[in-house]
Design a protein around this ligand. Structure first.
Ligand SMILES: C[C@H](O)[C@H](O)[C@H]1CNC2=NC(N)=NC(=O)C2=N1
Length: 117
């Protein structure tokens, strides 16, 4: 099975299924540092990444923006002094799709500085 962070997002349709409870449990094991949050009834994945200043937090935010454009799948990004908070969910289905877990795993990989491609 290809590592989650090596996979790529699929084009998401409005009728795409949200992840099941079992899929959620399985996929969360690959991204243990992310929390599940619910906003306006929508389940989302969220992680705050620490930095020593604003410039580094902004550079990371911009790199995640590049990832989003590469994958055609976009997060919410909150850039603050010393911290970038990344939130992934799928707008079209008002919830979580496999794409969100792929992007969360890729986000971790970028933070760890060991991107492969
Ligand atoms: C047309 C465009 O590809 C779609 O609107 C994409 C853009 N990026 C997206 N990002 C996220 N997180 N969810 C979506 O449903 C979504 N849809």
């Amino acid at each position: 099975m290809t590592e989650l962070n090596q996979q790529h997002c699929e084009a998401c349709r409005a009728d795409a299924p949200r992840v099941t409870e079992q899929e959620l449990a399985d996929l969360r094991q690959a991204i243990p540092d992310w929390i599940l949050v619910e906003e306006d009834g929508v389940e989302k994945l969220q992680r705050a990444f620490p930095f020593g200043n604003f410039v580094d937090a902004l550079a990371f935010s911009n790199r995640i923006g590049e990832l989003a454009e590469e994958e055609g799948h976009h997060p919410a990004l909150l850039t603050e002094y010393g911290k970038t908070t990344v939130t992934w969910w799928t707008h079209k289905i008002h919830g979580l799709h496999r794409n969100d877990f792929i992007c969360a795993a890729k986000t971790d990989q970028i933070f760890q500085g060991n991107e492969t491609d």
